[in-house]
Design a protein around this ligand. Structure first.
Ligand code: ADP
Length: 900
């Protein structure tokens, strides 16, 4: 291993030298070329030819074959002019100049590391599968497996089938050379013979058939003969004989006959033996002069040499020793043929390189048998050797490719580096001898915590493969990132004896990913800053808007003429629109900066739809639209969503379905389960629709379809808010639309279990009923009826800071109303949007009971529209707190109510 590395190192050093010297060589060539261009004389030409010839030879040697070929091309072309002693004409010169430019270009761009240099596999060593396919049809597992193993060991390509059916199927694909057939299947007498007889008619070419059977009776054997079987073996099968039979059956099909070289000074004897062997299909060559033996071997390429022991000039033993000196013939069988009968002499001859010894006179059958046995084995060995060489070559190719791509190293069981490839050295900037013998801690960058490496060691020493990304440090202190795989190799006891690490340098990837992350962070920050800016701007804009709208309203109700009233109404209309716009921008910027609280809880979709329907009723009426909830919708269906936000979304869809509908059009709503996890709500209108070219834009902030923006008031933000809210709730929103026919918007949300309002014993349950502070019951307390736990928590915190009042919160409105009677709170805070009973209803019930009628009731709601607030005031609420709760406003409202 270390030897081969040092040879490859030396080669690469030489290659480097060639690479470094290349510009110098090219410069010389360029000078000679321009001299030649100016005056074509033999001296210049010869000098140039000499240089270009030397370049052609050297370049190829160092793997720069493209340069070599280009140089050779110029050399060949110039040689013609040199031989003819004429100068090329203008056209010829142009061609030469073009080739020379190409050569210069190749030399400039040559990179020795760009491609590995490994000449293609020698045709002679290429492994080719012989025609040695054997199908074994045997239902006995043990017999089947044994046959497969034994035959595979002597290089047969075996396939084993348990049933005749499997075997027949395989024959449709590929006809084998030999079929080894069991005679008896499943206890039925001669199934094997029947299968063969029906199949053989169809097969082309016909395979040889050998039967194996437990039956040794004449009927079974007769059945075998009648279907053309070549041999019949009884079980247990004599393996030696069995293989011999297969060998001789397949031998007839050997396309390349066995070659035997006979070396004997007695020509007559060798001619006799040659005849005997040729009769058996072998090819022979005779030489009587042992001195010609090596030449004959090189030319005839025998599978075996049969030689006389005593010959004039050189004995058989000496000749055998000479043959064996050459590695190429080390495997070739040599059999001595002699009348030497003395066993010790025979043994000595064998010791010196012979494989067998035949004593003359040899019987012809004996000679044939001895030769056949030897040459067959020799061919098998050659075949196996080729296979091995081929596999080795393949693995060499793979190794080269791997080394081009990856950083590879091996360590022993203790982690000491035993080898590194060139890429490892290039990347780490350490030399091979600085790495081998050390551990990988040499390149440890200190970036990963010790546990990281502990985990790695634990994994690989347990015999498992480890994958991971590591930051390493090179010799110069720079960092590089590698995507690594470490594979432990285990010994017979299952313990790792070495580790092979393969790594890919991903430094650039990591750096660009970091850049992207930084860019994203910056973009996020910019976006957040934008949102903060928008939100504070909106706050600033809202304050003067209050004044504009307030004074506008005063003016409207004052005693001015109708003409001015109309002007004031215009101001109010535009002012309200602007306030809506500001509110929506505020909402959008809150969502974008992640400052909205989404509190997911089960909510009945039918309640949301009904609430929104009532809110939209006046507008629906005004436009004379029909509004229908499709019959059959499951009113108990619940989704997991933030109730307030879901109401906002549905309201937006309803509002659009109204706004963009045609006069007297219709709105159809339906909700249903999509699957066990999801619920879909659809809002279908018969309006103007959305043109296909605008459909991709619809959820972008401020986008409005040209036609709608001209005809209908709107801000173009509603849908973008809805989409973000739905996304935040883990749902999806979309639409289908046909211009001038209508649009169907849909929202899909996660299905939730039914909202439980009663416990198993039938009583209303309220798990969250709790008092924040354990003060005495005389102390003033606020009752907070709110189904959203997040809101309760927030109000708890705010009240906690106050010394003058305590808090009792309750999630179920019914329980809240009952408690108001028993605990006599100083204030009731009530959430306006609750699925079971809204805040208005709670207020009504509190007012109708004398015990609770005079308690101040403050509405808490996410609806910030002026009309919501005035509606609340009209209903009799003593205050209105908007969500998200502003602590100061909250405290002020409470203070005010307490003073009453
Ligand atoms: P606004 O309605 O305030 O303009 P939205 O974000 O709700 O804002 O809608 C954006 C645009 O999408 C609308 O201006 C309109 O052009 C189009 N649009 C929304 N809903 C419908 C609908 N049901 N039918 C036709 N166009 C619609």
């Amino acid at each position: 291993m270390s030897d081969s590395i040092s040879i490859s190192e030396r080669l690469s050093q030489l290659q480097n030298m060639f690479h470094q010297g290349l510009p110098g060589r090219m410069e010389e060539l360029e000078q000679l070329w321009s001299a030649l261009d100016k005056g074509w004389d033999t001296k210049n030409l010869n000098q140039f030819l000499h240089k270009v010839h030397s370049l052609a030879g050297t370049a190829g040697t160092f793997g720069a074959s493209t340069i070599g070929h280009a140089a050779r091309k110029i050399e060949v072309a110039l040689k013609q002019f040199d031989d003819a002693e004429v100068a090329p004409d203008e056209a010829g010169k142009r061609l030469l100049a073009r080739d020379f430019d190409r050569l210069l270009e190749l030399a400039r761009g040559w990179d020795p590391s760009s491609a590995p240099h490994l000449p293609p596999e020698d045709e002679a060593t290429k492994f080719q599968r012989g025609n040695n396919l054997v199908y074994i049809v045997e239902d006995d597992e043990l017999v089947g497996k044994t046959l497969v193993e034994e035959l595979a060991a002597v290089d047969y390509d075996t396939h084993w089938f348990r049933t005749p059916e499997e075997f027949k199927k395989a024959c449709e694909q590929w006809v084998p050379e030999v079929v080894v057939m069991d005679m008896v299947f499943d206890g039925t007498d001669i199934t094997g013979a029947e299968v063969i007889s029906s199949l053989l008619q169809e097969l082309d070419p016909r395979p040889h058939v050998v039967f194996i059977s437990v039956r040794d009776d004449i009927q079974a054997r007769l059945a075998a003969v009648r279907v053309g079987a070549k041999r019949y073996f009884t079980k247990p099968v004599n393996m030696r004989e069995f293989i011999h039979t297969l060998d001789s059956l397949t031998e007839k099909t050997v396309s390349d006959p066995y070659r035997i070289l006979l070396v004997d000074d007695d020509k007559a004897v060798s001619q006799y033996y040659a005849l005997v062997l040729e009769e058996q299909g072998m090819r022979t060559q005779i030489i009587s002069d042992p001195m010609q033996c090596l030449e004959a071997i090189a030319a005839f390429k025998p599978d075996m040499v049969l030689m006389d022991l005593y010959m004039p000039g050189c004995t058989g033993v000496e000749l055998a020793a000479i043959i064996r000196q050459d590695d190429t013939f080390a495997q070739m069988p040599i059999t001595f043929l002699s009348s030497e009968a003395q066993l010790d002499k025979q043994l000595a001859a064998m010791h010196l390189g012979g494989d067998d010894f035949l004593t003359k006179p040899v019987k012809p059958e004996h000679l044939v048998d001895a030769c056949l046995a030897r040459v067959k084995r020799a061919r098998q060995v050659t075949r196996l050797t080729r296979r091995l060489q081929h596999a080795l070559r393949e693995s060499e190719y793979r190794q080269l490719a791997l080394n081009q791509h990856s950083i590879v190293s091996t360590t022993d069981a203790s982690g000491t580096i035993t080898s590194v490839n060139r890429k490892f050295c290039d990347t780490s900037k350490y030399k091979e001898n600085e790495l081998v013998g050390k551990t990988h801690s040499l390149v440890n960058s200190g970036y990963h915590p010790p546990e990281f490496f502990e985990d790695m060691w634990q994994t690989i020493s347990d015999g498992r493969v480890w994958h991971g990304v590591i930051r390493n440090r090179n010799k110069e202190g720079g960092f590089y990132w590698v995507d690594s795989t470490i594979v432990p190799f285990l010994d017979n006891n299952g313990l790792p004896y070495q580790y092979v690490s393969v790594r890919t340098d991903i430094t650039e990837l990591v750096l660009s990913r970091d850049e992207i992350l930084v860019a994203k962070k910056e973009a996020d920050q910019a976006n957040a800053a934008k949102s903060v800016f928008l939100s504070s701007m909106s706050h600033e804009l809202r304050t003067p808007m209050n004044a504009i709208l307030g004074f506008g309203q005063l003016l409207e109700s004052s005693d001015i003429d109708e003409h001015h009233k109309n002007d004031v109404r215009e101001i109010l209309r535009a002012g309200t629109h602007q306030l809506n716009l500001i509110n929506e921008i505020l909402d959008l910027s809150k969502i974008e900066s992640g400052r909205i609280d989404i509190s997911i809880e089960p909510i009945m979709i039918s309640t949301v739809v009904q609430t929104c329907r009532s809110l939209m009723a006046p507008l629906i009426e005004k436009r004379e639209l029909s509004f229908e909830i499709q019959s059959g919708c499951d009113t108990d269906l619940c989704v997991a969503a933030d109730p307030t936000r879901l109401t906002q979304i549905v309201l937006n869809l309803f509002s659009n379905a109204v706004k963009y509908n045609r006069e007297k059009g219709s709105i159809m709503v339906r909700y249903e389960e999509v699957d066990t996890h999801r619920v879909r709500l659809e809002v279908r209108d018969t309006g103007i629709g959305i043109p296909p070219e605008d459909q991709d834009e619809i959820f972008k902030p401020f986008f409005r379809v040209g036609r709608s923006s001209a005809e209908t008031e709107g801000t173009g933000i509603g849908l973008s808010i809805s989409k973000r809210l739905v996304d935040n709730m883990g749902g999806a929103i979309g639409f289908e639309s046909v211009p001038n026919q209508g649009t169907t918007f849909w929202v899909e949300l996660e299905k939730a279990d039914m909202v439980e309002s009663r416990s198993a014993d039938g009583k209303e349950k309220d798990l969250s009923l709790k008092e924040v502070k354990s003060r005495n019951s005389e102390e003033p307390r606020i009752l907070y009826i709110e189904d959203n736990v997040a809101n309760i928590k927030l109000v708890e915190k705010i009240i906690d800071r106050r010394a003058d009042v305590g808090l009792v919160s309750v999630q179920q409105p019914g329980t809240g109303i009952r408690m108001a009677k028993t605990i006599s709170p100083v204030i009731v805070l009530v959430d306006v949007n609750m699925p079971e009973m809204d805040g208005f209803e709670v207020l009504r019930r509190l007012r109708e009971n004398p015990q609770t009628a005079s308690i101040p009731v403050i509405a808490v709601s996410a609806n910030v529209m002026a009309e919501d607030m005035s509606k609340a005031a009209e209903a009799g609420f003593d205050g209105y707190i908007t969500k998200p709760i502003d602590i100061n406003t909250f405290n002020q409202t409470i203070d005010k109510a307490l003073q009453k």
